[in-house]
Design a protein around this ligand. Structure first.
Ligand code: GAP
Length: 456
């Protein structure tokens, strides 16, 4: 049986150390979460797989890690100061604030059902902060609302240092911040998020075919990560719903417990960003200097060496949220099974490449020095293989250990028992998460057994 509701998932994530409400000892901070010992492994694995697919396994993408604190002019000329907003309404009766376009029923307060709402007004989602010791009207900067702008402003730096020819892309994974009016649905809509973004620069006129290519490539990626095709939906934005920079956007949506919703957006950003960072300097007659520290100094055009043609590249942007990706992967993996003895087993059937813990080594009894020492030796050997985190589970309760590792999706549990010590050659029990089958493997072969398992 698959996941029925978000509450079961939230409880599991807290119980097993995936995700905690941030600052919960002080009542939390709405829309902000901390990732626990298991969650951070899952998140790192997802980001690593994305980076491999988008950078290492291709020959046309470079990586970048740009700053979070962003000069206000970048976000002025990108259009975010004027347009990165959601429509805010207040309920005059219960005083709650809501996003007008996300109300459950049009014109009706989500909280008290009143229809006495204010007119919607734009609420800018960017977080402002001050930079330096002087706080005045000009000393502010923003926490970036998307990682993309750091890529655009470094376009020339990357071009100049890598001698790339178009088409090519720049990939980045990093935090972004949005002061969402109503964060909700657990980690689906948060105020501090992480994005995995690629800006892929192409020749104008070739943008539509590249847009199709990236929609198809990203679909294949998510299927390879374990999301089933029937839970993925593709939503083409209507003209009136497009972001200020986009000519066409297709969302890859997932069937979450709260409904089908966006996990990744793939936009055709045209030459909007590179063009407006360029235009703002040329219109003002500034070519290579910053005037009063007010305007961009780089011209983001590209000259095709073969034809001599000069143009501002178009950009195709696949942009996925790490939180929404992990949420989809946990939902997909969540399985409840009824065992022969009538008990229910909850198991997260992650694909092994993203499983947070690769194997757990469990001594059968916690107070037996020989068992603990053998198990420690095996744990250390497996840890040195470089396949990811190996857990050492010294609680002395094998049933509990299996239940825990099923619930966090550990593909293999290795138990060191008294037979291990007595037999010659020594063997351990290896239990498979999905089949619950147990086999005995010689200790001398356990490293190659695990390596083979993770190679397949
Ligand atoms: N650079 C393009 C961009 O930022 P977006 O559609 O606003 O486009 C891209 O965001 C992705 O970032 C979304 O598909 C989603 O996965 C994630 N995302 C955006 N806002 C989010 C939020 N408040 N909480 C969690 N994830 C969010």
């Amino acid at each position: 049986m698959a996941l029925k509701n978000m509450e079961d998932l939230v409880a599991l994530c807290k119980r097993r150390g995936f995700i905690f409400q941030s600052a919960d000892i002080y009542g939390g901070l709405k829309g902000v979460y901390d990732w626990g010992p298991i969650g951070v492994e899952l998140k790192n694995n997802v980001k690593r797989e994305w980076w491999s697919a988008m950078v290492y396994n291709r020959d046309d993408v470079e990586g970048l890690d740009a700053a979070i604190l962003t000069n206000k002019l970048v976000l002025r000329y990108s259009g975010h100061e004027d347009t990165f907003s959601d429509p805010l309404v207040d309920c005059k009766k219960c005083k709650m604030r809501m996003r007008e376009d996300k109300l459950k029923e049009k014109g009706v307060c989500d909280y008290c059902g009143s229809t006495d709402l204010t007119e919607p007004r734009p609420f800018n989602l960017m977080f402002k902060t001050t930079v330096g010791p002087i706080v005045d009207d000009e000393s502010y900067a923003y926490l970036r609302p998307e990682t993309a702008q750091g890529i655009f402003t470094n376009f020339k730096n990357v071009m100049d240092t890598t001698s790339r020819k178009i088409p090519f892309g720049i990939a980045q994974i990093g935090k972004a911040f949005r002061n969402e009016i109503t964060p909700r649905n657990f980690i689906f809509r948060v105020r501090e998020l992480e994005q995995m973004e690629l800006e892929f620069f192409v020749k104008p006129g070739e943008d539509e075919q590249w847009h199709k290519y990236w929609i198809d490539t990203r679909k294949k990626f998510w299927i390879s990560m374990g999301l089933s095709e029937e839970n993925l939906h593709f939503e083409v934005h209507k003209k009136e719903d497009l972001s200020h920079y986009s000519k066409a956007t297709t969302d890859i949506c997932y069937r979450y417990p709260h409904g089908i919703d966006e996990m990744e957006g793939i936009a055709n950003r045209t030459d909007f960003d590179l063009g407006s960072h360029t235009k703002n300097q040329s219109e003002l007659g500034i070519t290579a200097k910053v005037k009063n520290n007010q305007h961009s100094i780089s011209e983001f055009s590209y000259t095709d060496v073969a034809t001599g043609q000069k143009f501002v590249p178009f950009v195709i942007e696949p942009s996925a949220g790490v939180e929404r990706s992990c949420l989809a992967l946990i939902c997909e993996a969540y399985t409840e099974e009824t065992l022969d003895n009538g008990e229910t087993r909850i198991v997260l059937k992650f694909k092994k490449n993203i499983a947070p813990i690769k194997a757990a080594v469990i001594p059968l009894a916690k107070n037996n020095d020989q068992l603990v020492s053998k198990a420690t030796e095996i744990k250390n050997e497996l840890q040195s293989l470089g396949i990811g985190r190996i857990a050492f589970e010294n609680t002395g309760n094998i049933g509990k250990a299996y239940r825990k590792h099923d619930e966090i999706g550990t593909p293999l549990c290795i138990t060191v028992d008294f037979e291990t010590l007595e037999q010659n050659p020594q063997t351990v029990t290896v239990r498979n998460r999905d089949t619950m089958e147990q086999i005995r493997v010689p200790v001398s072969e356990i490293a190659s057994y695990i390596q083979d398992f993770y190679k397949k």
